[in-house]
Write a protein that binds this ligand. Structure first.
Ligand SMILES: Cc1ncc(COP(=O)(O)O)c(C=O)c1O
Length: 393
């Protein structure tokens, strides 16, 4: 069977000095808040010895976000946390409560005020679900902007939390701009998972929430990883994982940032040496990764901390979803969630890529399956139907 084409770009600026993107104090605050939410429990870390053996690696570990707070993706950690912070800041500004906690907000004590607050974001599905969930829990109104490519299943999931879902033309990046424009006109609060010059405070909170996923994974590992493959849309989660790895292990872990070949804006940025936009339809099945503009904060971390950038085709992600579905025990991993395993499979089987990353029988690789079946109909279609022209590990 053939392997789909892929690209691997060793990062020319790996190891150069840079700024602190996620301060430790902000992470401690996020961890304290989120671990106190009802239903919080660390998600599982699976050992995949059969996959490690098939790829000639020492160990492969996979963090499984399919059960995160019942929302099916790690995004539950970021958007909802940032919504709580935005509402608490607004209550403080109005002189109503100095430091309202999530529990205060959920009690409905400030409902009269929070009802008048509107939070908004653009989404491919998972971030919007988290923001809608947070707004529902903490008593705010929520409007979510989607582009025409967002599936009905993902729209319905947001509407179930009480959000108004508005479609706007263009791709994900166009919906980000439409959201920012309408929010400005209406006085709404943008809770974006991407950042840009002049808008970093809220996305920083979103990323601090994501960091908890990485810290849970590192807590559960018996030995430090040698490599970590993490998928990227705007790069927020990859940067949060990178910060967590560096805080514990310095520069010893080789971080590979994985993107769809049709939306590889971080790879393009690394190649150009500056944030670079990939335009067009960003036509990929990996919906959560279909972003053409890197997040400023993410770029500031990854431009120096990523060891390499990889771009993969949709077939590779589907093959990895199927491989995880047939694992014993099975792991439910969605199109975007399985991208890390897809990239690892491709590079581990390519002599030059394997050498460039120093992958071998001593390697211990950490993967993060960042979503489960966040669109169950699509998941079933991709995992259960039709052939895929790629050999899985
Ligand atoms: C399942 C999943 N994985 C990874 C990502 C990428 O996250 P980021 O946009 O922070 O790079 C997303 C983004 O929506 C996602 O939904």
């Amino acid at each position: 069977m053939s392997q789909p084409p892929f690209r691997l770009l060793p990062n020319p600026r790996h190891g150069t000095p840079g700024i602190v993107v996620l301060p430790e104090g902000g992470y401690r605050r996020a961890r304290e808040a989120i671990t106190a939410w009802p239903g919080y429990t660390p998600t599982p870390l699976h050992d995949l010895p059969d996959i490690a053996a098939a790829l000639g690696l020492g160990a492969v570990h996979l963090k499984d976000e399919s059960l995160r707070f019942g929302l099916g993706s790690f995004k539950a950690l970021g958007g909802a946390y940032a919504v709580a912070r935005v509402i608490a800041a607004e209550l403080a500004r109005l002189g109503i409560a100095r430091a309202a906690t999530a529990a205060d907000l959920e009690s409905g004590r400030h409902a009269e005020t929070t009802r008048a607050i509107t939070v908004t974001c653009a989404t491919d599905g998972n971030h919007g679900r988290s923001v809608a969930w947070g707004a529902g829990r903490f008593g705010a109104r929520c409007v979510i902007f989607v582009h025409p490519g967002v599936t009905q299943g993902r729209r319905d999931a947001m509407a179930r939390f009480g959000a108004e879902v508005r479609e706007v033309p263009g791709n994900y990046d166009d919906s980000v701009r439409a959201c920012a424009r309408v929010a400005e006109e209406q006085g709404w609060h943008v809770v974006s998972d991407t950042s840009w010059p002049g808008y970093t405070e809220v996305p920083r909170d979103v990323m601090q929430g994501y960091r908890l996923m990485a810290e849970e994974a590192l807590d559960a590992l018996r030995a430090p990883p040698t490599h970590c493959f993490i998928q990227a849309g705007v790069g927020g989660v990859a940067a949060a994982v990178s910060v967590a790895l560096r805080a514990r292990y310095g520069r010893t872990v080789r971080l590979v940032v994985v993107e769809p070949d049709r939306a590889a804006c971080l790879l393009a940025s690394a190649e150009a040496g500056a944030p670079t936009v990939v335009a067009g339809g960003l036509d990929t099945l990996m919906a959560g990764l279909a972003c053409g503009e890197p997040s400023l904060l993410a770029w500031q971390e990854l431009e120096r901390a990523a060891f390499a950038f990889a771009a993969i085709a949709d077939e590779a992600a589907i093959a990895a979803m199927r491989r995880l579905a047939r694992h014993d025990p099975p792991v439910v991993s969605g199109e975007s969630g399985a991208a890390g395993l897809a990239a690892l499979t491709l590079v581990a089987r390519d002599e030059a890529a394997r050498a460039a990353l120093a992958l071998g029988p001593e390697s211990r690789v950490l993967l993060l399956s960042t979503e489960g079946a966040t669109d169950p109909d699509l998941y079933d279609r991709l995992v259960k139907v039709g052939p895929v022209d790629m050999e899985a590990p």
